[in-house]
Design a protein around this ligand. Structure first.
Ligand SMILES: *Cc1c(COP(=O)(O)O)cnc(C)c1O
Length: 438
């Protein structure tokens, strides 16, 4: 039987079926009609016609909090982007979403909607580098006070009560050391001091945690990462729990001029259909890779909340979907040097050395030249990001192939320089690993 009321669908079903309203059915209630497409067409038009001048005027002035706004002009929205907004809003249990052409545009829109000159924002330490740069270079000169503190510890509520900020800004899992934020404790403390709460949930996606259900006001994703998942389009989204913030963000987004194109919206809606499946595999692979790295002699330390000895393992188990700890991990080489990290990255044959994460392929990055580009060495050290620290985004490949690649690259940096490890040697490392797991 056709279940037409999507309010009762689970997240996995919702993402597969998308925005059911987006396909125009000729008669209300007529789900099957000859010629109705099962996939929304891509609308490339920059402008849209209306019945008459009066109707056009009404369309121009349609309520910004509506999730079924009439279309007028491309910069203000298009049918494909609106479908994406509606699916993401339902996935996060929000009142509506604003989709933009990058994660940074989404972050900027959320900040503009919540901050005015003289306001104070409390930001957790070790957030995405460009977010910090945006705050320092654009928002500080506008008269916004920026306070940076470590909100990943148990004293976060006390810090919020003492600082009394207007806005609290955090990330579900920090970058690159994957520290976990206690969403519940933070939103409760923020409510006590009337602060709005914003969380960047790029690393976790709605599959692992839905921050609005934990009392947050806005949740942001760089959809360029897991939500797209295929490394072929950049996008960002803010989902709101409040109509007032949603209206402010939509008004700003139309002026910012960073609307997502219909084609990219289509690609991301397509990617969303497999997000829960992909997240299952990303998380399972990351856990096995973390165990492998932990016992490797060339590795000093592994950061992954799925490891039982991770200081926030219990918090992560409580907050995230059962048995899922994300697809990102970080590790430190014993040789704490940029040169060792570069040798390791250059030796990889499967994992891609790139400045992104969350794609189907495994990806490694070195924070000083990617997420933390432009952040001083002193600030990186303060955040615990050492010179031997490497971030790994576990892809959905066969995990043995990923581990084999990591093993041969690690062996390469520990053995005599320049000499490539033989396939036999790498195979024996892999076998040793496999039997240690058996
Ligand atoms: C990549 C990223 C961003 C920025 O997103 P873009 O799509 O690159 O603009 C913001 N936050 C986090 C956690 C990210 O990983």
């Amino acid at each position: 039987m056709k279940q037409s009321d999507c309010r009762y669908w689970s997240l996995d079903t919702l993402l597969v079926h998308g925005d059911a309203q987006s396909i125009q059915h000729p008669e209300p209630g007529a789900l099957h009609h000859a010629g109705t497409p099962t996939v929304q067409p891509i609308y490339t038009s920059t402008a849209y016609l209306h019945a008459d001048a009066e109707a056009l005027d009404q369309a121009c002035n349609a309520s910004l909090s509506s999730n079924a706004r009439p279309f007028v002009y491309a910069r203000q929205g298009n049918p494909n982007t609106q479908s994406l907004e509606n699916v993401l809003s339902q996935a996060e249990r929000g009142v509506g979403a604003v989709v933009l052409s990058s994660g940074m545009a989404a972050i900027q829109t959320a900040l503009i909607a919540t901050l005015s000159p003289g306001a104070k924002i409390l930001v957790t330490q070790d957030i995405y580098g460009s977010t910090l740069t945006l705050l320092h270079q654009i928002f500080a000169p506008m008269g916004i006070e920026i306070v940076i503190q470590n909100l990943c510890g148990p004293d976060a509520p006390a810090i919020i009560r003492a600082e009394r900020p207007d806005v609290v800004y955090v990330e579900t899992l920090s970058n690159p050391l994957v520290k976990v934020i206690d969403l519940e404790a933070i939103s409760a403390a923020a409510r006590e001091v009337d602060a709005l709460t914003i969380v960047d949930s790029t690393f976790t996606t709605p599959c692992l945690v839905q921050p609005l259900a934990h009392g947050f006001d806005l949740v942001i994703h760089s959809a360029t990462k897991y939500i797209c998942g295929h490394g072929d389009s950049a996008a960002g989204v803010v989902i709101s729990a409040r109509h007032s913030l949603l209206e402010r963000m939509r008004a700003y987004a139309a002026l910012l001029g960073a609307a997502l194109s219909p084609f990219e919206s289509y690609l991301i809606l397509r990617g969303l259909k497999t997000l829960p499946l992909r997240m299952d595999r990303h998380c399972a692979n990351a856990l096995r890779i973390a165990h492998f790295l932990q016992q490797h002699p060339a590795v000093e330390r592994v950061y992954y909340p799925g490891l039982a000895d991770h200081p926030q393992h219990e918090l992560a188990s409580r907050l995230l979907k059962k048995g899922h700890y994300g697809g990102i991990l970080a590790f430190e080489l014993k040789e704490q040097a940029r040169s060792a990290a570069f040798r390791f990255m250059d030796a990889l044959r499967l994992c891609l050395p790139v400045a992104t994460l969350g794609d189907v392929q495994s990806q490694v990055s070195y924070p000083p030249i990617s997420s933390h580009y432009g952040i001083s060495a002193a600030e990186r050290q303060k955040a615990g990001i050492t010179d031997g620290c490497i971030r790994l985004s576990a892809g959905i490949e066969d995990v043995d192939d990923i581990i084999y690649d990591l093993a041969q690259a690690l062996e390469g940096i520990t053995s005599t320089q320049g000499e490539e490890i033989t396939i036999d040697a790498a195979q024996s490392i892999l076998h040793a690993y496999a039997s240690s797991q058996a």
